[in-house]
Design a binder for this molecule. Sequence first.
Ligand SMILES: [Zn+2]
Length: 505
Amino acid sequence: MSLISVLAMLVILKARVPTVRRSANMGEERKPCCANTFHENFSDLAACHAPSILVRSQRLTLQISRILHAGYFFKTGDTQIIFDPIFESPFSRNCFAYPEVRFNETRIRSLKLDAVFISHFHDDHCSMESLNWIDRDTPIYLYCEFEELRELVQSLGFRNVQSLQVDQEVMIGNFKITPLLALDPEIDTLFHVRVGELNILNVVDSWLDPSIFDRLKQFAPWDLVLWPFQTMRELAVLDPRRAEPAPENLPPEWLDQLALMRPRLVIPSSCQFVHEAWSWYNHALFPITYRQFEIELAVRLPETQVLRLDPSKTVFFEGREPRVGVALDWVKLVEDTLVDYDYRPGQEIPSTSSIAQRFPDLTKQQRDAVRAYCEAGILKRYAELGPTNSGYFDPGRIWTLAVYDSNGIATHFQYRLQADEIKRLHGEIVRPEWMTEILAVKLYAALFEGEALSSIYLRVNDFSGAPEIEDALRSVDVLEDPLIRCLYEGSVASYQKAQLKRILR
Ligand SMILES: [Zn+2]
């Protein structure tokens, strides 16, 4: 979710802004359990499948427990594996588990795992703080085109770190795990997990490449699909003034893809976090609710059962039959309630000045470092980047950078940008043709602590420009923002490097 390189984010942008039509079926009532095998919650599921608990079978038993976000624990016989471990709340700086959880560090440190699989390099999937709790003899299977990340995991002390390749199967005990081609293979992968007669698709955060559709059909009906159920408005929140409200329906291609698989059971996966309690992102970032996901699946795939699997919760398979199992004892829900998202497209967007007052002040030394960057460092960095795709800055534009202290007071820096040239302007503040607002504390964190774009509350072009400026802005990608480019373009694993520095200190 959070983003290391601007290029990576650009790819995500292309892939993740689907055009979504409103479905005619949205108002339909859900039907009771077993009429269409739709389950409101765990107790419904348990009641529905209670008879299966009584059937003792020689067939293999599989345990799947949710850790958090895209983190899962799989166990069959003596073999235990984990996907995308996250044992932190908040993770990625300001992603708070939703519902809230606690992790038992001692118990996690004593786990004897046969493998850990990591689907991609984003900090909500590959976090050094979480990996730090895992036994260093555990083999780590990492999907990442940057060799540097593999080396970082090794420098945390893991002796066996393997690179995953698309379509190259890995055997761990009775598990056969095959990474599949995602739409953005330079970013992430998804996993086909085979164990006994079961076929499970862990989609993680990915969007599916059409070349895998034949496989989806070939193994239908799938026993279980872990499906990321949210479209995140991670770019819309950077420029809320110009962002269109998001559809609150599932992208139709998701339903088409799920229909190819005809899964018996679907777990709405990934996501599972909110931001700081005061944050406007809580009503802006996630347009789809769990409820909406359940309704649309019930309409399109009435045979498919949807199961909310909150952190710690477990589903067992004995043969093909799923049933609810005992929760993990090393992940504890603080409150066992069915939460849901609350998207409010009409909400008032707080100013960057008011957000800045939520955060502590920098020390004098830190303030000086931020000022030095805005006065000099940024000039050198910008000149290295090269011109943007849209050419918006080619004719020469005034860029204002406003840096807010903890009193909500801004210091303004002005520059003239022309293609890849930058010049600082002194004197009177003139009307901007591009504007970036950021908190001093977050600019410092992005520069020196590897903080990602997703948590720094950066705001782009929060002004209404002259008609010709507004017109020109329409064709510019928000990621052409000069500060975003200076902070994130071409940087790999800054978040993990900063984590490692803290851990190994
Ligand atoms: Zn994620």
